[in-house]
Write a protein that binds this ligand. Structure first.
Ligand code: CRA
Length: 801
């Protein structure tokens, strides 16, 4: 991509402002400048994108296609500037012009086309695929409304629509000429042809036009530009509507609803028909396009498709891609079942992201039939052939066929379909991948052990260190040079500074500076004044019972009551920072948000506490806010019930920014602990084995702990004794835990949590030691760059060159 000197950049900025915004530099607003910069960048991205495509087609490169219902990309301006090599020059020019770059970049709307970890992972992966120079495109949905905007009113979450497309989205290009029809519903009939084959004919289907919007994905310093293609649903122009305009308008609206909004739930199956339509819409449009492009560009028989394409499905949401590819290969390309099945099962690879039963997708047969009857026929056939093959080839498994079946009790099990139709099944952290093999999908593992593998998640260090924490990033480069930028594992070079006091002091200074910046953000958003010398203890993630924000609160309540008992007690000042969206229909999660606010209200204003503990809830946690929080975190709360958090990625982001993990042996925490050693992490609580054993044996007796342990009882009773709210405000939480026998083991883990917290606070008193721990975490974090993850996918699963 072109490089610019400062004067050249200023010049092109002026020209863009004049041409696109009819404004001079002097009179232009931040918004004008933002769009002008985007336009400069987009010229570069478009050119490089075309070159990349031509090169790839000419070289007939093998390609990975990442299908995901979610891409939580956040803002792109800084990461695009960085990757295009223009961030420094742009920052300098803006500063010289007396403009604040941060303010200008904040003109961009945060694209929240995802719920949480799974969606953000997809965004980090695209960044790494492009940066490693691979040919790989993302496919998702251009939701008109992304994840809801969270407002807190009197301590209660309310949801506002996320109108991210209100202004022109500068990074996308609409490609109407590449729109494809997607067919829903209708009937299928079959006739026997002369050669004995069946021919299927569809009738009365509803056709929706899938219109692609392409967003360039810029690789770091390598001129490689891939695409994220987001599909939007439209009424085909030639649809004939009988009746009046009002009918037509209604019809149009019902079609557009398909890409209308993201379902704001990443933890439970959203049992609605529309969600199912969204899934089929994504896979049908994408796979039709892949087949069309393959035939047109590579001029090869469709039977070679899998040699040039791999499709990774991000959880089960795009699993209908499997029967859809079968449909196209058989009904449109004329292949027989066996050939189509060979191609399909050599194309698809499935990543599982959760073992939570309620999140394993299951769809009633009649709903799948309604979305597309032909797709259901194919799933049915896949199931019958699969069950038959187990019966014949694995007599020892015959009594398991009922459990293995893709369709049972009139329900389609999406994970089973995904496993049967894929050549690879991976979990997202070592522990999680073992649990999948040993428990969740054990029968499938016995049948096809070779399919199962692990790919521990990662995060792009370009966003989560370089652009969000430039001070730390510069300190690192000043110290060890900048090799680590392209080879993040080289962060380990920092170990030579482990005993270097001057370096440790600079590290601490950077942290303090980032804490001051977050203090500003907190003040501006909440009016709460926090002490930058207190420990910043952070739990930011979606609100879910298994993530145990409630355990964090019970611990805060415990500390508060200790102070009330003895106000002169000596304690390390702490700021507890929360950020979390609750799914709108998730009552208990919303109650926890209320409780955070109630506790904050009491604790922050109690003169006995005297500002030694502060509780802060930052509303509307999203990618942009995370970029402010991660650099300032000192304690990273990763306290899920062991076995339940598949991986976590916030743990990696905070580690990379020098926070110390305080957590359970769950998800990727296990690997963090292995890397940094147990002296550099605070681990507590039940192990995953213990949790699973309890679960298999009907749980433990929560009542008993509650009755016999006074620390537990006092903390729990605070929920019902009006300490934090009148009129039994938190009865629901209290009874929810106790009457359900505490399925997330809050009470069981409470004491070890309180104790490890006290250990952490004692450790904090030794500043030098703490800085060394922080350094150890930073220097080992290269392992969690998504570049490492993608390298493993590319080598082991995708076989990319
Ligand atoms: N909620 C897991 O729970 C994991 C991410 C990305 C999740 C996290 O532990 O880090 O995926 N699972 O792998 C999920 O979305 C449908 O399942 C998540 O984000």
């Amino acid at each position: 991509m072109k490089t610019y000197t400062k004067s050249e950049f200023r010049k092109v900025l002026e020209t863009k402002l004049m041409n696109k915004r009819t404004a001079t530099l002097e009179e232009s607003t931040d918004n004008d400048i933002f769009y002008a910069i985007c336009s400069i960048l987009k010229d570069e991205i478009n050119q490089a994108g075309v070159d990349t495509r031509h090169h790839n087609i000419e070289a007939k490169r093998r390609q990975i296609n990442y299908l995901s219902m979610e891409f939580l990309i956040g803002r792109l301006i800084e990461s695009n500037l960085l990757n295009a090599g223009l961030l420094d020059v742009c920052n300098e020019v803006l500063t010289e012009l007396g403009r604040d770059p941060k303010k200008i970049y904040s003109e961009e709307n945060d694209a929240g086309l995802g719920n949480g970890g799974l969606g953000r992972l997809a965004a980090c992966f695209l960044d790494s695929i492009a940066s490693l120079g691979y040919m790989g495109n993302g496919f998702g949905i251009r939701y008109r409304y992304g994840l809801f905007e969270q407002r807190i009113v009197n301590g209660t979450q309310i949801e506002l629509p996320d109108n991210w497309l209100q202004e022109v989205y500068p990074w996308e290009t609409r490609r109407i000429e590449e729109a494809v029809p997607v067919n829903f519903g209708g009937q299928v009939t079959s006739e026997v042809l002369e050669d004995g084959n069946l021919k299927f004919t569809y009738s009365n289907q509803e056709t929706v036009l899938a219109v692609p919007y392409d967003v360039g994905v810029v690789g770091y310093d390598n001129d490689n530009v891939n695409q994220l293609r987001l599909w939007s649903a439209e009424l085909p122009h030639d649809t004939i509507d009988h009746g009046d305009n009002k009918n037509r308008l209604e019809h149009m609206q019902s079609v557009e609803r398909i890409s209308g909004f993201l379902y704001p739930d990443d933890s439970t199956e959203e049992g609605r028909f529309l969600r199912l339509k969204q899934q089929y819409f994504l896979v049908s449009s994408t796979i039709q396009t892949l087949i069309n492009q393959f035939k047109e560009r590579y001029q090869l028989p469709v039977t070679d498709f899998h040699k040039y394409h791999c499709i990774q499905i991000n959880d089960t949401h795009p699993t209908f891609g499997i029967p859809e590819l079968m449909r196209i290969l058989m009904d449109e390309e004329g292949l027989g079942w066996d050939d189509a099945w060979h191609i399909t099962t050599h194309t698809f690879a499935y990543t599982n992201h959760t073992i939570m039963q309620e999140a394993l997708e299951k769809w009633p047969v009649y709903q799948v039939q309604n979305v597309n009857p032909r797709i259901f026929m194919i799933i049915n056939e896949i199931n019958e052939r699969f069950c038959k093959s187990v019966y014949e080839a694995h007599p020892e498994m015959r009594d398991k066929i009922g459990d293995l079946a893709v369709i049972s009790n009139n329900v389609v099990h999406m994970s089973k379909l995904a496993i049967v139709g894929s050549f690879s099944v991976n979990g997202v952290a070592a522990l999680h991948s073992e649990i999948i093999k040993d428990y969740t999908f054990n029968d499938f593992y016995k049948l096809t052990p070779e399919k199962f593998n692990n790919k521990t998640n990662g995060i792009t260090h370009r966003r989560w260190l370089m652009t969000s924490n430039p001070e730390l990033s510069n300190l690192i480069s000043d110290t060890i040079g900048n090799n680590w930028v392209k080879h993040p594992q080289e962060l380990t070079q920092l170990m030579h500074y482990y005993n270097d006091d001057a370096f440790l002091d600079r590290l601490a200074e950077v942290k303090l500076h980032n804490k001051k910046a977050l203090k500003e953000v907190i003040y501006n958003k909440t009016g709460i004044e926090v002490d930058e010398h207190s420990v910043f203890d952070v739990q930011v993630k979606r609100l879910h019972e298994y993530k145990r924000q409630l355990l964090n609160l019970l611990r805060i309540i415990y500390l508060y009551n200790e102070i009330k008992r003895k106000p002169s007690i000596k304690i390390q000042p702490i700021t507890f920072i929360f950020g979390a969206k609750a799914a709108p229909g998730y009552h208990i999660a919303k109650e926890v948000i209320k409780l955070i606010h109630a506790v904050a209200n009491v604790v922050n204003n109690d003169t006995d506490v005297d500002n030694r503990i502060k509780v802060v809830f930052l509303e509307n946690y999203n990618v942009t806010l995370a970029e402010d929080i991660m650099p300032a975190a000192e304690i990273s709360e990763q306290i899920s019930t062991a076995s339940m958090e598949a991986s976590g990625t916030g743990n990696m982001k905070m580690m990379m920014n020098g926070a110390i993990t305080l957590g359970t042996m769950d998800g990727a925490n296990v690997e963090i602990a292995e890397l940094v050693g147990k002296e550099n992490i605070f681990i507590f609580g039940l192990s995953s084995e213990e949790v699973i054993n309890y679960q298999l044996n009907g749980g433990y007796r929560a009542e008993d702990i509650y009755k016999t342990d006074s620390r537990v009882k006092n903390a729990m009773d605070a929920l019902i004794n009006e300490q934090f709210g009148r009129n039994y405000a938190f009865n629901d939480l209290y009874y929810h835990v106790l009457t359900n026998n505490d399925p997330y083991f809050l009470l069981k883990d409470f004491n070890s949590y309180v104790d490890i917290h006290l250990t952490a606070m004692a450790t904090y008193q030794d500043k030098r030691k703490w800085n060394q721990m922080s350094l150890t975490n930073i220097m080992k974090s290269g392992q969690f760059s998504s570049d490492r993850t993608i390298q493993q996918y590319a080598t082991d699963i995708w076989k990319l060159n």
